[in-house]
Write a protein that binds this ligand. Structure first.
Ligand SMILES: [Zn+2]
Length: 174
């Protein structure tokens, strides 16, 4: 990164054109970076459950942290919760918030636990441009943890497919 002093006080022998480019980079680079990072998730929202990043790291496993706090995606077919068929409730692994009833679960064949609909008020959504096109990101309504995405190719009656990372959840049998 160019130092501000380099930009404001031209160094003898350094052509003006390069300074201008550096200045442009310094000004525009920040904006570009913000755009790239702005997946629309937790920024600017006040979640009921809040911890410092250090505290989240302490509370979660590495894999959970990667998904919940860094919006990572687990490998398809890697979560035992994808194959969970018992009656019960799927909870947020970050804060214990009840997210989905087993009654809403179905086998989408994608390798990720999939649901027709969340429990009332359980999730929040945001728009995510990570892959270059908009997708609807699904977050825990209480802690803002990243859970997965929702797509419009689910079964009736909702037509929705809540595609979740099993790593971001735990299962409580009924
Ligand atoms: Zn949560």
């Amino acid at each position: 990164m160019p130092r501000l002093s380099d930009l404001d006080h031209p160094v003898p022998g350094r052509p003006a054109g390069r300074r201008a480019v550096l200045r442009l980079f310094a000004l525009g680079g920040g904006a570009l970076l913000l755009g790239a990072c702005g997946s629309g998730r937790a920024e600017g929202r006040q979640w009921k459950v809040r911890h410092s990043e250090a505290e989240w790291r302490r509370r979660l496993t590495k894999a959970q942290y990667r998904v919940l706090r860094e919006a990572g995606t687990e490998r398809a077919f890697s979560s035992p919760l994808d194959r969970e068929t018992r009656a019960g409730t799927f909870l947020c692994a970050g804060c214990g918030n009840a997210l989905y009833s087993s009654r809403a679960k179905y086998d989408s064949g994608t390798g990720w636990p999939s649901f027709r609909q969340p429990l009332p008020g359980a999730i929040a959504t945001a728009t995510d441009f990570k892959l270059g096109y908009p997708r609807t990101e699904v977050l825990c309504a209480d802690c803002g943890g990243h859970l997965g995405h929702v797509f419009g190719d689910g079964p009736r009656p909702t037509g929705k497919r809540y595609c979740m990372n099993g790593t971001a959840m735990r299962f409580r049998p009924a």
